[in-house]
Write a protein that binds this ligand. Structure first.
Ligand code: ADP
Ligand code: ASP
Ligand code: MG
Length: 415
């Protein structure tokens, strides 16, 4: 079997969905499982719905209407006749959404988030699946939540591999399946999500559990480049990279692949192809075992909206194991992601990411025990396979707040 993953950009409008058909016709779609994300920026639009609902704002119905109109526009442009089936299916999802909004009594933000956010993927996969069936590409739509089982760590759920493997093994390898990325379900039956951009990971979970021959992630870029083309001029295609290199790049923030994607593939030696959905003749990037970086050039990774925090003891004692473990515990409690650490005798600096909006709470706790200074909205640049010229180009981009170099990797925090 082979696994394909199409992200939001590849299903953002009717034309893009027709392009997915072109990809399938070109590549073949026998024995294939296709993981699809929410359309375009719909996950962000659902985040706005969640926010309105949670804060009881009166623009809630307006936000829902925006999402409805977006999907119905696509349906209008995609289906020429016989819209009854698709409309009925889509209305069911909107019915389930309103049902939840009315009945829900639980106030926990992360729980609410996961019960709502997944409608983006449910809607997109339903539309694509019905469209493919209509044009003769016979497929089965499956609800991923019946297959990927997780704990109840909402918005960043951990996969229960044992039951997930059991469930996925029941799939028929001779079928064409369409399913959602990003989602799972707890043993209690609640929807969970695997973290933003988590559909790549979902695709890797299926690849692992089905012993797939390969996973292909279809992108709006030529493959994995040596830098994000949105922020760096002249980004170049990496023809091949090892799992290890891809893990490092994704870990440091190369948003082209979700960091959790690589490990399941590496464990079963399943090759990952990252390819352009525009240019089907191009081979893109192959990520696999023993594939050394080709071409061997410096790779640049940018993480924006970081916070650089420096922490010192109030009594000027040294920053050693005791303090450090205490600080890490607090960081962990507020789900702050640490992207860089630097320690000296009297001060400890961390570059962190506040994905869950907890920084102010973290500050008020840590301020009670330590002397804290911080700088918000800084950028973390990582240069892998760094050389002097590469590092110079980054140093020119702003005021350097921190610089750290280890074996070929240089990291800089810039204001
Ligand atoms: P999707 O969600 O549709 O799968 P994303 O938008 O999440 O796609 O990922 C593709 C984008 O990732 C590209 O358009 C590019 O801007 C960005 N990107 C960041 N780093 C890299 C990189 N090293 N190589 C290629 N693309 C990158
Ligand atoms: N739709 C989700 C997101 O935008 C998951 C994904 O696309 O990978 O984060
Ligand atoms: Mg994405």
């Amino acid at each position: 079997m082979k696994i394909f993953k199409f992200g939001g950009a590849s299903v953002k409008d009717a034309e893009s969905i027709k392009n997915v058909v072109r990809v399938l016709q070109h590549e073949g779609f026998e024995n294939t499982l296709i993981v699809i994300s929410a359309m375009g920026k719909m996950t962000n639009a659902f985040e706005e719905i969640i926010h309105s609902y949670h804060t009881k704002k009166d623009d809630l119905s307006q936000k829902i209407e925006f999402v409805r109109t977006y999907h119905f526009n696509i349906i209008d442009n995609l289906f020429t006749n016989n819209k009854a089936t698709i409309i009925l299916e889509i209305e069911q999802f909107f019915g389930q959404l309103s049902g939840f909004l009315i009945k829900n009594k639980i106030k926990d933000y992360n729980f609410i988030y996961d019960q709502i956010i997944g409608f983006g993927e449910l809607l997109s996969t339903k539309i694509v699946s019905i469209y493919l069936n209509e044009i003769g590409i016979v497929n089965s739509w499956i609800d991923v939540r019946n297959y990927i089982k997780t704990d109840d760590n909402y918005r960043d759920a951990y996969v229960n591999w044992e039951s997930t493997l059991q469930n996925i093994s029941t799939l028929n390898p001779n079928n064409l399946y369409i399913t959602q990325g990003f989602l799972g379900r707890t043993p209690q039956g609640n929807t969970t999500s695997l973290g933003r951009e988590g559909s790549d990971y979902s695709a890797a979970i299926f690849a692992y559990c089905l012993n797939a021959d390969s996973l292909t992630i279809w992108k709006d870029v030529d493959g994995v480049l040596n830098a994000d083309p949105r922020f760096f001029n002249n980004a170049q295609l990496l023809q091949q990279i090892s799992y290890g290199e891809a893990i490092e790049m994704a870990f440091y923030g190369a948003s082209v692949i979700h960091p959790k994607t690589l490990k399941p593939l590496e464990n079963k030696n399943i090759p990952l192809f990252v390819r352009s959905f525009f240019d089907l003749e191009s081979k893109g990037t192959i990520v696999g075992k023993g594939h050394h970086l080709l071409p061997e050039i410096p790779c640049f990774i940018l993480k924006q909206q970081q916070i650089l925090v420096s922490i010192a003891a109030l009594d000027f004692s040294f920053m050693v194991e005791y303090n450090l473990s205490d600080i890490f515990k607090i960081l962990h409690n507020y789900k702050l992601k640490v992207n860089l650490i630097q320690n000296s005798a009297l001060s400890f600096s961390v570059c962190i990411e506040d994905k869950f909006n907890n920084f102010q709470q973290f500050l008020s706790e840590i301020n009670q025990k330590y002397k804290v200074t911080y700088s918000e909205n800084v950028s973390l640049y990582t240069v892998r396979h760094a050389n002097e010229e590469a590092v110079n180009t980054i140093e020119e981009k702003g005021e350097i707040l921190l610089k750290q170099a280890t074996k070929g990797t240089v990291q800089l925090v810039l204001k």
